[in-house]
Design a binder for this molecule. Structure first.
Ligand code: PGA
Length: 250
């Protein structure tokens, strides 16, 4: 059975003291959590270790927002998966549209990051999705298919079974313009069908596919109640403990 998951992507927000405060608030609010959703937060690299200490012994798991595409060595400024793992993180967000767009991350590079993350025994949260132009010209399924075919579909079934997918239509990220529940369901069903064709039905049924893009407390319930939507990757609304917890409880 696949899991419902709510993951918070803090992006380039929170300095050290803000991150500690947000993590502490989440810990307090979720101390009696009895729900069955997986909860993940992804603070900036500089706050991973401290946030990890705060959320120890809570249901909240720690993720990074990115990792290097090399294992170790002379790559000034880069952070390897083993470094991330060593401070207690269990997951790595890979392929966020902001990294694809601003840092020109290609599918080829993302596949390297996927492999490194899996080899380290960590869980990738793999993001993909179309831009507005592609949606308007009805190329959204072809775009997503290519993004998946050149990355996660090249993994073995065993490797793929460790991956969390996050469909994030780029036009909905940070814009307040959320996909309708029908648009989300339609795309998630398409993704599951493609997983089934590429691997098999069991693998497809067991894959958690999150929706991301302007998911808020007031729209989460409807999105999450769609048959193939298994939770969300939350940006803006994950920066307020109250909103993030409301989305978890949606
Ligand atoms: P948003 O971001 O919720 O602020 O739209 C989602 C994301 O980028 O993961």
């Amino acid at each position: 059975m696949r899991k419902m998951i709510v993951a918070g992507n803090w992006k380039m927000n929170t300095d050290f003291s803000e991150a500690k405060e947000l993590a502490q608030n989440l810990k307090n609010s979720l101390s009696n959590y009895t729900g069955d959703k997986g909860i993940i937060i992804a603070p900036p690299f500089t706050n991973l270790s401290e946030v990890g200490n705060i959320i120890k012994c809570t249901p909240i798991q720690l993720s990074s927002q990115n990792c290097a595409s090399e294992e170790s060595g002379a790559y000034t400024g880069e952070i390897s998966v083993n470094m991330i793992k060593s401070v207690g993180a269990e997951a790595v967000i890979i392929g966020h549209s902001e990294r694809r767009e601003y840092f020109k991350e290609s599918n080829e590079l993302l596949l390297k990051k996927l492999k490194l993350t899996l080899n380290a025994g960590m869980q990738p949260i793999f993001c993909f999705g179309e831009v507005l132009e592609e949606r308007e010209s009805e190329q959204h399924e072809a775009t997503v298919d290519k993004q998946l075919s050149e990355t996660v579909f090249k993994l073995t079934p065993e490797e793929f079974s460790k991956v969390i997918l996050a469909y994030e239509p780029v036009w909905a990220i940070g814009t307040g313009k959320v996909a309708t529940p029908e648009q989300a369901q339609e795309m998630h069903a398409f993704i599951r069908k493609r997983i089934s064709e590429n691997f098999d039905e069991t693998v497809a049924e067991n894959t958690s596919i999150l929706y991301g893009g302007s998911c808020k407390p007031n729209n989460a319930k409807e999105l999450f109640s769609q048959k193939d939507v298994d939770g969300g990757l939350i940006g803006g609304a994950s920066l307020k403990a109250e909103d993030f917890v409301a989305i978890i409880n949606a």
